[in-house]
Design a binder for this molecule. Structure first.
Ligand code: AMP
Length: 280
């Protein structure tokens, strides 16, 4: 496994690869868990070479404390990637990526960014699209892998790739969960034992909302979810929304032939956790 800190050294190696062989890119912010590693495993199966990037992207954080507290476990991350036989790792500094201009570009996402994470984290998706586009232009992969854990991010990236006409296939990867259902996240390590014990309630509530979706209207499902969290001392609901799976438009009623998805964001103290589920 080769580790690169500079764009130049990475590109030197990538340009020496056989152009007939495929390259899969797995962008991450590090603090790797089994969810990340399951993506690496899939990318290994589907490509000749796999490149993982580890970069905590400042322009996608609307909250300075969240950025400052983001876990950094580079040494064990590299050991885990080595054990997975990842071929290349890119671990650039902020200066290497942003040079003198530490700001996000502005993209048009056709409304995908106006709800949920986009609504509650100002500028988040311009930051995400900025770093992902930079990584794509630097590394020029055949395929790039993104988790459905960040479902809205996945649609945003697909939209950016289509608008920018980048010849890269975006591969969605299913959500990897702890045994008790909690979606794996680098932020889970910051939970207190009490918060960690309470956190599976997030996925349990999504499962209940899926069950209710069979024979209840959307407003009653939403009020059910709100109530569940009113009673929970460890978890504060930020939002629960049901949206059209393609456009992410928030729905108040169910139309035939449409696919719906439920999205949730919850605070456990200062730690913000998100999850989502297909309803039909
Ligand atoms: P992050 O390091 O949190 O930015 O995540 C890097 C990539 O891994 C993103 O595409 C995430 O959606 C994905 N990812 C993070 N957690 C999970 C999970 N529990 N299951 C599947 N994919 C995940």
């Amino acid at each position: 496994m080769e580790v690169f800190k500079t764009i130049k050294s990475l590109q030197q190696t990538l340009s020496g690869l056989n152009p007939k062989k495929s390259l899969g890119l797995v962008p991450t912010m590090g603090a790797l868990h089994e969810g990340h590693l399951s993506i690496i495993k899939r990318a290994k199966k589907e490509n000749d070479y796999v490149l993982a990037s580890i970069f905590v992207n400042p322009t996608q954080f609307d909250n300075k404390e969240d950025l400052a507290n983001y876990p950094n476990t580079l040494k064990t991350d590299l050991e885990a990637l080595e054990a997975m036989e990842c071929d290349f790792v890119f671990t650039p500094s902020v200066e290497e990526i942003y040079k003198q201009k530490l700001s996000a570009d502005v993209f048009e996402f056709n409304g995908l960014d106006l709800v949920m994470e986009g609504k509650f984290r100002s500028g988040h998706f311009n930051g995400v699209a900025t770093i992902v586009k930079k990584l794509f232009l630097i590394t020029n992969p055949d395929k790039a892998y993104f988790g459905e854990k960040d479902f809205q991010q996945l649609l945003i990236i697909k939209k950016m790739v289509a608008s920018e006409k980048l010849p890269i296939e975006i591969i969605p990867c299913e959500i990897y969960r702890e045994k008790d259902g909690l979606a794996m996240s680098s932020r889970n390590t910051r939970l207190t034992p009490e918060q960690r014990k309470a956190a599976p309630e997030i996925y349990q509530t999504l499962l209940k909302s899926k069950k209710l979706f069979e024979d209840h209207d959307l407003p009653s499902i939403k009020s059910f979810v709100k109530n569940e969290f009113v009673q929970n001392k460890e978890l504060d609901l930020e939002y629960f929304e049901i949206s059209d799976k393609e456009t992410l438009t928030i729905s108040d009623s169910i139309l035939p032939d449409k696919k719906y998805h439920a999205f949730i964001a919850v605070f456990a103290g200062q730690v913000r956790l998100i999850d989502n589920i297909a309803l039909n």
